[in-house]
Every structure is written in C-alpha cells, then in structure tokens.
Design a protein around this ligand. Structure first.
Ligand SMILES: Nc1nc2c(ncn2[C@@H]2O[C@H](COP(=O)(O)OP(=O)(O)OP(=O)(O)O)[C@@H](O)[C@H]2O)c(=O)[nH]1
Ligand SMILES: [Mg+2]
Length: 459
C-alpha cells in the first residue's frame, strides 16, 4: 500500500476537552518537523531536534510574533513513531482554549486537521499494526471495566491476530498441497491424503474458527456493556435499588410515590461487565403531565433493555396495574424482585402472582443483593456459550468475517468428497480471503472508514 508520508501532515489535540495538567497536540507527516521549527522557540540554542528527546521552549505565532504558550516539544523521527511517519508532540498547559490556539498556529503553517482515528489509520496503512490491533486501540480508549481493558490489551498485544495467522498458515499449506496435485493430475498415486485433509480442515480450521466465534457475545458485552432497566409501580424501591447497586446515593429516594420523573442512567461494574443501569419513573395511570413524560421515557428505556428488573413491593398487596405492566413487558428478559423484605416478615411465604420465581431482596438492608448480582450476571451472559477468562473475543465486524470463513470451510468439506483438488482450492481460498479481511490485508475504503470513524480526534 502507498505510504501516506508525502500526502499531508495532520494535526490534532490528543487530550480530552476540558481542563487538565497538560494538553498535547500531535502532528504526523513529512512537514511535522519544519512546522515545529517555524513555531517553536527553544530555551537553549538548538539547531537540531534529536529524535525522542524533549525540548523546553515557547510556541510563538510566526505571524504576530506573540507567545502562545510555554511548552515541551518532542520530535519522533520516522519510522520509530506511532504512525511510522515523522511525529511531533507539543505539550502545553491543559486549557482547551490554549490548546486550540496552539493547534491553529500549526494549521496556519500548513498542517491539516486530522480526522477521527487518522493517526491510528496511518499506523495501520504504514504497516505498524494490523487491523485487529487498530481496533484494539479503540477498545483500550473506551473500556469501562477492568475485564474490558484486559481484553483490549490482549488484542493489542496481537492475541486475535496470532490466532488468525495460525489458521491462515494452515490454509496456505493446504492450498499449496492442492496446487501440486493440480499441477500433476496424472500422477500414479493420489498426492492428496483425503481423509487426513478432512481431519485437518476440521481440527485446524473449522473448530478454531467456531471457537473464536463463540466468544463474540462475550466480546460485545465487555466492549459495549449491557443495559439493565429497573421498573415497577411507584414507590416499589427502584431508586433505592439503583443506589444500592451503585453503592452510592445517586437517585432521590422519598416515601412519596412518583419521586423519580426522569430516567437516571449510571454505569456500574458487574463482575467485569459494564452495566448501564437505568432507574425509571414508576408506571401508573393517575399521573400529572411531568410524570406522564417520565413514564413515556420509562417505556422507551424498557424497550431497549437487555434485562429488566421488575420490582414488587412486599409491603403492598398485588395490584392490577402490576399485571398490566407485566403484560406490557412480556417477551423481555426479566428478573422478578420482591423488595422491602425487611419490612414484610412473611414476604417469602405469600409469593405474589409473578410469572416466574422471584428473588427476595431489601434495597435498604442489602439482603439478597449478592444473589441478585449473580443472577444478573448469569442472565446477561447466558447468550455466551463460552465465558472464558482469556478469550480472544472478536468484535461484530470480525465475527461477521469469521462467519463467512466458516461458511467457506463448510462448503469445502462438501467439495472434498469429490476428490477434486481444483474445486477444493477455490473454497479454501475463499476462506483465506475472508481471514485476510480480519487482519486488514484486504480492505476497502468503506471498511476502513467504518473502523476509524469511531475513534476520537487526535488518536
Ligand atoms: N423498609 C424498606 N423500605 C424501602 C426499601 N426500599 C425502598 N424503601 C422505601 O420505599 C420508599 C420508596 O423508595 P424509592 O426508592 O424512592 O422508590 P421508587 O420505586 O424509586 O419510587 P418512585 O420514584 O416514586 O417510582 C422510600 O421511603 C424508601 O426508603 C427496602 O428494601 N426496605
Ligand atoms: Mg424512584
């Protein structure tokens, strides 16, 4: 592929918007060093910038000769840089307005504003990382739990890449063998050991592909998390439960029914799963206009939940409105909870008419909450046929390609019965082509755009 180096020099603020100790502006491309020279006035008289060394000085606006900021600057000569191009980083004070002024000065000198993910895209195009590692960079930036971070770090270290490489190498060996058989069709002995090849296709290609695919749900959960919505009638203890799960006083709790109007969303870590937990307005008929809007939001939240926590208040009789709510949420994954057992001594004897076995909890004393957490984890991960600690869980893009590769190898298994090396080679090559797409050996601009546009600016 064409290196980008001569094309353009890109620049962006690499640190988040807001105040901080420092803000970093990054540039990559052949003009990075000349632009640095134009705007940077070093404290010590320096004529040259040594690679990977920090220089202290000021950035000035060459137009007006005004000092913009006191900074540290570093030049990293190609190819030993994030993008494999010449890279410059300027470390200024952590005010976003100031960082913007520094950036403007660089742009005025001919740098172009980088698109989201463009630095990482250049690292990929210039061959420093493959596509699975580029995607892992994004996962690393967005991981919300320790386990999500562990997965991103494994992928960044090349765990998935290596698994794909092993399978690709086997496929290349097999097609090479078939090529020989194609070239010498009239040989006395059949060059191909068909039963052996069938076993190898199963054990070395199909099974490893299926294993990788089986971990997709786990990967999606670790990356994207799950949405859990707490619902029930007013005053059932929904906000109390949210606070208990978060272990902090997030939502208002009062004895007045109808306390929560708007939906309240917070993330918490459920055994490594990032869970977006949504507390909702209690659903009831006789509501004022504000509460009605809250109830509409509650319904919208329920619709996009991966799991619902339906709460019944043990101190109250079963209500018709609860039957109605249950009818409304049927078809969703639900855990039924009977709350306030501390205030209802016979709660476990008089089980309300719920469609499933409930868990008995007290949001205020914490009774039953460990069991609830475990039950939530089991429900949310049930779709994961495998839940391994060190899984190489693929993302949805990778999983789609793995499915294509698996389909090709299954076709190959049928073709094999014909003992026709040329036909079999076609199917195996299809499988290989698919795998090339995972690591980015073959990709289209659309795919690259889809991958890199999800990044933030400056990465
Ligand atoms: N004894 C006892 N009281 C509880 C428990 N959970 C909640 N409560 C009380 O029940 C009342 C309502 O609690 P909330 O958490 O505000 O209930 P909610 O479902 O969010 O109510 P709305 O927002 O009005 O729909 C408060 O007085 C809480 O202190 C519990 O486990 N035991
Ligand atoms: Mg509430």
């Amino acid at each position: 592929m064409q290196p980008f180096a001569s094309e353009s020099t890109i620049a962006a603020i690499a640190t988040p918007v807001g105040a901080g100790g420092i803000a970093i502006i990054r540039m990559s491309g052949s003009q990075a060093l000349p632009i640095l020279r134009a705007v940077f006035r070093p404290r010590a008289a320096t004529t040259s910038f040594r690679s990977h060394q920090l220089y202290y000085g000021q950035v000035i606006d060459p137009g007006s000769a005004t000092v913009i900021d006191e900074v540290l600057a570093v030049f990293m000569a190609a190819p030993k840089s994030y993008t494999r191009e010449d890279v410059v980083e300027i470390h200024g004070h952590g005010n976003f307005l100031l960082a913007n002024r520094l950036l403007e000065v660089l742009l005025a000198q001919g740098a172009t504003l980088a698109k989201p993910g463009e630095f990482t895209k250049r690292a990929f195009i210039n061959g420093r990382i493959d596509l699975t590692r580029a995607e892992a960079v994004l996962d690393l930036l967005t991981a919300k739990t320790r386990k999500g971070l562990d997965l991103a770090e494994r992928q960044l270290a090349g765990a998935l890449f290596q698994r794909i490489e092993e399978i690709r190498n086997r496929l290349i060996d097999m097609t090479a063998l078939l090529e020989v058989a194609i070239d010498f069709p009239d040989d006395e002995v059949d060059l191909v050991d068909w039963p052996l090849l069938a076993r190898q296709m199963q054990n070395e290609i199909a099974t490893p592909l299926a294993d990788l695919l089986a971990a997709t749900r786990q990967g999606e959960l670790l990356r994207g998390g799950a949405t859990v919505v707490i619902c029930g009638l007013p005053n059932a203890g929904k906000s109390s439960l949210l606070n208990a799960l978060l272990r902090r006083d997030r939502a208002l709790v009062t004895a007045i029914p109808g306390t929560t109007r708007d939906t309240i969303e917070e993330y918490f870590d459920l055994n490594g799963l990032p869970v977006r937990c949504i507390d909702t307005a209690g659903i009831r008929q006789e509501a004022d206009t504000i509460e009605e809007q809250g109830i509409a939001r509650a319904r919208a939240a329920i619709a996009r939940a991966d799991l619902l926590l339906f709460i019944h208040d043990a101190t109250q009789p079963w209500r018709e409105a609860e039957d109605e709510l249950l009818a409304e949420i049927g078809g969703k994954e639900i855990l039924f909870l009977v709350n306030k057992i501390d205030a209802a001594p016979n709660a476990e004897q008089s089980i309300p008419p719920l469609p499933g076995q409930p868990l008995f909890i007290s949001a205020t004393t914490g009774a039953g909450l460990d069991t609830l957490r475990q039950a939530m984890f089991t429900k949310l991960t049930d779709g994961a046929s495998q839940w391994e600690e060190n899984a190489c869980a693929p993302n949805l893009r990778q999983a789609e390609i793995l499915r294509q590769a698996l389909a090709a190898i299954r076709r190959a298994r049928e073709t094999l019965a014909l003992h026709a090396p040329d036909l079999l080679a076609v199917d195996l090559r299809e499988c290989l082509d698919a795998l090339n797409g995972i690591i980015g050996l073959t990709t289209t601009e659309d795919i690259l755009d889809a991958v890199f546009s999800r990044f933030c600016l400056g990465k």
